[in-house]
Design a protein around this ligand. Structure first.
Ligand SMILES: [Cu+2]
Length: 104
């Protein structure tokens, strides 16, 4: 039988590709010694909000990168090790917003 159908399906969803070009499911994926987690934060409306959330989360131990996007309410956090959800929630709360979920 030569009917070997494609096992490598094209990435049609377009939602799982990070800016680094890796394409995997899972919000807490370990790569290059880091963990990327996407949090959902309620209440961000503009760049100032993004900055406030980013700076608070950046202060957590082990956090190497924070990308907050007000339009989607998503905050992508790269850290050296998985973060404690409560610690992130506290940081978001400190900034004046609310952590409503963790993707993955
Ligand atoms: Cu704002």
């Amino acid at each position: 039988m030569t009917a070997e159908t494609k096992t490598e399906l094209p990435q049609a969803t377009g939602s799982c590709c990070s800016s680094t070009g890796s394409c995997h499911d899972g919000a807490a994926e370990v790569r290059e010694g880091g963990v990327t987690t996407v949090y959902e934060v309620k209440g961000m409306t503009c760049g100032h909000c993004e900055g406030a959330v980013s700076s608070e989360i950046s202060e957590l131990p082990g956090v190497t990168s924070v990308t907050a996007v007000a339009s989607t309410g998503r905050v992508t956090v790269v850290s050296e090790a998985p973060l404690d959800r409560d610690a992130v929630a506290a940081a978001v709360d400190e900034a004046g917003y609310e952590l409503v979920g963790v993707q993955g």
